[in-house]
Design a protein around this ligand. Structure first.
Ligand code: HEC
Ligand code: HEC
Length: 203
């Protein structure tokens, strides 16, 4: 067979790889969405939505889970098969390659962010808004729904998940900017509960 010029071979390889990757990512996302909800939009208070999540924050989170640098919530989830061991985000991330992680983060960032419909207390939400405006808005604009901030998503995320992530930051169990830690050191448990209601009220 006649050898292909090198530039053509690269083009052929690139096409084959991106085609294979697209299929792989769809299959991986199906597994993620078993917990994170159809289309990456959560239906459970303890599980965050992934659709519309900023790409860099998403890949960073997966690398940190994989490197045991971020705590994983205990899980009862067994893909519907009670004979299998429960899977946590640490178990999920351990199976992902660097390419998987980057492709997943890119794919979810393309999907629209959908805010959860959930019950909240209006008085607490108003108190939480004042705390947010004073301490958090600078880095988490638009009630923490602006993906361009590259700082995660808060407004409209499930309140159960928000509460557990606040606990992890307050205990300094998750990496965070120094200025964010200073804020968490100043806030009481009641302040954090008010913040959860504020972000929950963004629908
Ligand atoms: C067994 C259920 C389950 C599966 C499967 C699962 N997740 Fe998760 N995921 C969770 C739970 C629960 C949390 C929140 C608690 C925690 O941090 O452990 C979470 C948290 C996350 C976060 C952190 C979001 C944030 O706001 O910082 C990311 C990112 C994530 N998952 C991505 C994925 C991806 C990508 C996949 C598929 C490769 C996946 N998850 C599969 C249950 C799951
Ligand atoms: C100096 C900027 C800064 C301030 C101030 C700040 N944050 Fe953050 N926050 C960040 C950055 C950057 C990240 C992403 C960190 C990462 O992924 O390692 C983040 C992540 C988060 C997350 C995780 C989001 C997710 O999707 O998992 C939560 C929750 C959070 N911040 C809450 C708060 C709250 C509440 C306040 C106010 C009390 C606050 N932050 C103040 C910069 C800030």
């Amino acid at each position: 067979m006649k050898r292909l010029p090198i530039y053509l071979m690269t083009a052929v390889l690139a096409t084959t790889f991106s085609a294979a990757n697209a299929g792989d990512v769809d299959a991986l996302m199906k597994g993620c969405n078993d917990c994170h909800g159809p289309g990456g939009v959560s239906t459970s208070s303890d599980v965050p939505s992934l659709a519309g999540f900023p790409e860099f924050v998403h890949s960073d989170a997966l690398y940190m889970y994989r490197d045991n640098e971020r705590p994983c919530a205990e899980s009862k989830y067994r893909h519907g098969d009670t004979s299998r061991p429960a899977i946590s985000m640490c178990g999920v991330a351990a199976k992902l390659s660097d390419d998987d992680i980057d492709a997943l983060a890119a794919a979810y960032a393309e999907l629209p962010y959908v805010k959860m419909k959930q019950d909240f207390d209006a008085t607490l939400a108003a108190a939480g808004k004042a705390i947010h405006d004073e301490h958090c808005d600078k880095c988490h604009s638009e009630a923490g729904t602006n993906p361009d901030d590259e700082a995660g998503m808060m407004g409209g995320q499930p309140m159960g998940y928000l509460r557990s992530s606040f606990k992890e930051f307050a205990a300094d169990a998750r990496s965070q900017p120094k200025k964010m830690k200073e804020k968490f050191d100043m806030l009481s448990e009641a302040d954090l509960e008010a913040l959860a209601h504020y972000y929950g009220s963004i629908q």
